[in-house]
Design a protein around this ligand. Structure first.
Ligand code: WTA
Length: 638
């Protein structure tokens, strides 16, 4: 039997869930009124499946809700407690953020950015990033943030897709004490794009960079503009941002989020899940380059006028005590991080966190991957000292905000290590089989969402058809997130990982198709198949099987190096495979589909069953042999 933890630290509001269950549309209508609107909507939900428009006719502005609304009471309150990797620090109050954002909004306008334009942001975790996002939101420009670990090729594809005229970047960013030359990467990425008119450069590292007439320094531009820039009154469905994410096809998809629905979702979930209070010091470790950073570093905490910590660098730099040091330094009360980070901290041992005063903590959270029960228990005991509830929050780039989590700000329910518990109010989630029928309790199936919710994506940027097929075609009128799950007999949901060809490596989403198309674009490669195998720290890591073209006689060691280099330059270092295996054929079905299931089984040291559809069973034997041989030589070389 699963252990339960009932520490009774939650509110006891039964009405909210009751209202949500009886009518989710009027429930969200009520929640939306927590935000400040310029004008109210005339229709709460316009649902033309699978396209949802929330709060139609209402006008709102994200930047106004994050900043203007707090000026009367909180202009002196710290919004962001920024900690640089090298020990620099900076405090930005709500008043200072307000003035910076208005100024940068005027900078964008002076560069010709207008409502409806896209602006690309390729920045490290520095305060200028949220400032730039809110400045875009203020004038109705759609921001598209690119994680600063992505390569020039990845940026090129994304800038080309969004047609941004302005890119905001930095001279460099710090990562483990080294400087990542961001401006240089941008220069390489956009060298063929005449449509990019300006690059705005924040001077973070002061490393030498080349500047052309297109390029402008952030500080100089900020000196020349007025501090006043009123917020645009935008339609609730106005596109707030595009965030590219990996899926099952070769190219990343541009997930498009709107304004009024998205903000309503964030405001509510932040209150329910984190039980946020005015006195809290919130710390979410996510990089703003990913959705968790967009939703729960930038928008949700600022909508609530909360104080939060923003950290620039690697979690274990200069050593494994960095996170605990930050929590202690700022008296953090809420800590929201990933299972990968926790697995790493746990491996370093208890002495490190035990030597810090973490008594200010009152609530802990995780996101991004399934959390192993033993890691959950370690988090509960060693970090939370058995007094902090843990929220395990399930959601996706596409969902905008949490859809499954325990909600101490709303209700008290016993926790089970490894389970996200229940859907948030107003969201109908179930687990179904291949035919779409509900599965029995404790049976693995596919997670589906049965009604629209306010934070859901509007569509995929420029590709409504793909939006329909990817998310809404597997089951009629149900959103299909691509995750396995089961519901236990108490109705608790357990998330069991991806059901499709998307990997989660250290919490980062990587599509196998994207990797494979990069590998086969190497001149010597004929075919490739990538898959994930479990890893003690990162959850899973990538392995790739490669078939070379006939006649290629380059040494595999050389090729392996070239392929790794190619993946790093085409995608980014996060997609680096742990191992590449060279084989002469891949196991395929008679219709020619690669049997990834078998490759995965080999990689996982599992028994291979049911190969009846296989075209050539010799391929399995070969893949198995190569894999075994390489594994053996790795072991011997240790
Ligand atoms: C996985 C991250 C288990 C899941 C916010 C989902 C999780 C994908 C959890 C989305 C969780 C996220 N437990 N798995 N608490 N949270 N996932 O778009 O597979 O980067 O589909 O969004 O992460 O990843 P994304």
């Amino acid at each position: 039997m699963t252990e339960t933890y009932d520490i009774g630290l939650g509110n006891n509001d039964i009405q909210t869930r009751k209202k949500a269950d009886s009518d989710f549309i009027s429930f969200w209508d009520e929640q939306a009124k927590n935000l400040t609107w310029f004008s109210f909507w005339n229709k709460t939900l316009d649902w033309q499946p699978p396209f949802a428009k929330w709060f139609v006719g209402g006008t709102i502005n994200a930047s106004h809700n994050a900043l203007d609304v707090h000026q009367e009471t909180k202009s002196e309150k710290p919004a962001i407690l920024w900690e640089g990797e090298n020990g620099d620090s900076q405090i930005l109050t709500y008043g200072e953020m307000y003035s910076q954002v208005q100024k940068f909004a005027n900078v964008l306008k002076s560069l010709g950015v207008q409502k409806g334009d896209c602006v690309t942001l390729y920045l490290p975790m520095i305060p200028e990033l949220p400032v730039a996002m809110l400045a875009c939101a203020r004038i109705g420009a759609t921001h598209t943030v690119i994680f600063s670990g992505f390569s020039a090729t990845s940026i090129r594809d994304r800038v080309d897709d969004s047609k941004s005229k302005v890119i905001v970047t930095a001279d460099g960013g710090y990562r483990r004490g080294k400087i990542v030359p961001l401006k240089e990467v941008v220069d390489e990425a956009i060298k063929d794009f005449d449509f990019v008119k300006n690059i705005v450069v924040v001077q973070r590292t002061k490393n030498e960079i080349s500047m052309t007439s297109k390029d402008k320094f952030w500080n100089e531009l900020m000196n020349d503009v007025s501090e006043v820039c009123p917020s645009e009154k935008l339609e609730s469905t106005h596109p707030l941002y595009i965030l590219y994410t990996s899926g099952t096809t070769g190219k990343p998809k541009g997930v498009l989020h709107g304004t009024g629905g998205y903000l309503t979702h964030l405001y509510s979930t932040f209150k329910w899940a984190f039980d946020i209070k005015d006195s809290d010091v919130f710390f979410c470790t996510a990089d703003i380059g990913w959705v968790t950073g967009h939703s729960y570093v930038v928008y949700a905490p600022l909508l609530h006028g909360a104080t939060e910590i923003m950290y620039e660098g690697a979690p274990d730099f200069p050593d494994a005590s960095r996170m605990w040091d930050i929590l202690q330094k700022y008296n953090a009360t809420i800590f929201y991080t990933t299972p990968t980070a926790l697995r790493m901290f746990m491996k370093f041992g208890d002495d490190i966190p035990n030597s810090f005063d973490l008594s200010s903590l009152r609530l802990l959270g995780t996101v991004g991957e399934p959390i192993n029960p033993e890691v959950w228990k370690w988090y509960f005991k060693t970090i939370g000292k058995e007094k902090c509830p843990i929220i395990d929050t399930w959601w996706q780039t596409e969902t905008g905000g949490m859809l499954i989590s325990s909600l101490p700000g709303l209700e008290t329910i016993p926790l089970k290590p490894g389970s996200g518990t229940r859907p948030i109010p107003g969201v109908n989630i179930t687990v179904v089989d291949e035919n779409g029928d509900d599965v029995e309790p404790d049976t693995k199936g596919y997670l589906v969402v049965k009604n629209p919710w306010p934070g859901m994506l509007l569509t995929l940027w420029g590709d409504d058809a793909k939006y329909k097929t990817v998310y809404w075609s597997k089951y009629e009128n149900c959103y299909y997130p691509g995750d396995y799950a089961l519901k236990d007999s108490d109705g608790y949901l357990w998330l069991l990982g991806r059901a499709d060809d998307v990997l989660k490596v250290a919490g980062h989403r990587i599509g196998t198709a994207e990797l494979e198309s990069c590998i086969v674009s190497h001149d010597d490669v004929a075919e490739s198949a990538a898959c994930g195998i479990p890893d003690e720290i990162k959850g899973e890591v990538i392995i790739a099987f490669v078939v070379l073209k006939q006649g290629v006689d380059t040494e595999t060691k050389v090729l392996e190096k070239e392929l790794v280099e190619k993946i790093r330059t085409d995608i980014g270092t996060i997609a680096t495979p742990k191992q590449i295996y060279f084989v002469s054929k891949l196991p395929k079905t008679r219709s020619g589909k690669i049997m990834r299931r078998l490759l995965k089984a080999i990689g996982n040291n599992e028994k291979i069953e049911d190969v009846s559809t296989l075209e050539d069973s010799a391929a399995v034997t070969e893949v198995q042999t190569v894999f075994d041989e390489i594994q053996k030589s790795i072991k011997e070389s240790k």
